[in-house]
Design a protein around this ligand. Sequence first.
Ligand code: CMP
Length: 138
Amino acid sequence: MNSRTFAIIKPDAVKNKHTGLIYDRIIKADFKILSSKLIKMSKKEAEHFYLVHKDRSFYDELTDFMSSGQCMVLALDKNNAVEEWRKLIGATNPEEAKEGTIRKAFATSLGENAVHGSDSNENAMIEIKFFFKESELI
Ligand code: CMP
């Protein structure tokens, strides 16, 4: 059954001109892009989006980075979308990411790891709603 996931092409990947190459992988992997937009998060928005990590040592570094430049947010649809997107992007730490994954190709470090993906269907719904109105999902 088709389901949704939420993705971000992070500021490092946008700045390094990898947006088009990552889009190509999304399309070739048969995800339907329900909506996407280029945004720049404020520090407050980044703090709110990553609130679940607020007690982690990297929270400040993470939210500084995510609000440091443009990023592309996407709502994606596919059969088993959360798991399929996580498979395509690879491990959070690019040193552990498998060949052929987006992070293996484009991530430079654990913090600047090119893309984000929701970790559950429940969080996918929350994260999509954070950036998109239902009427924007085509
Ligand atoms: P993401 O999938 O966006 O979800 C949370 C992010 O926190 C994660 O990708 C990493 O980029 C980041 N992260 C996780 N662990 C660390 C760490 N030890 N130092 C810096 N950033 C981290």
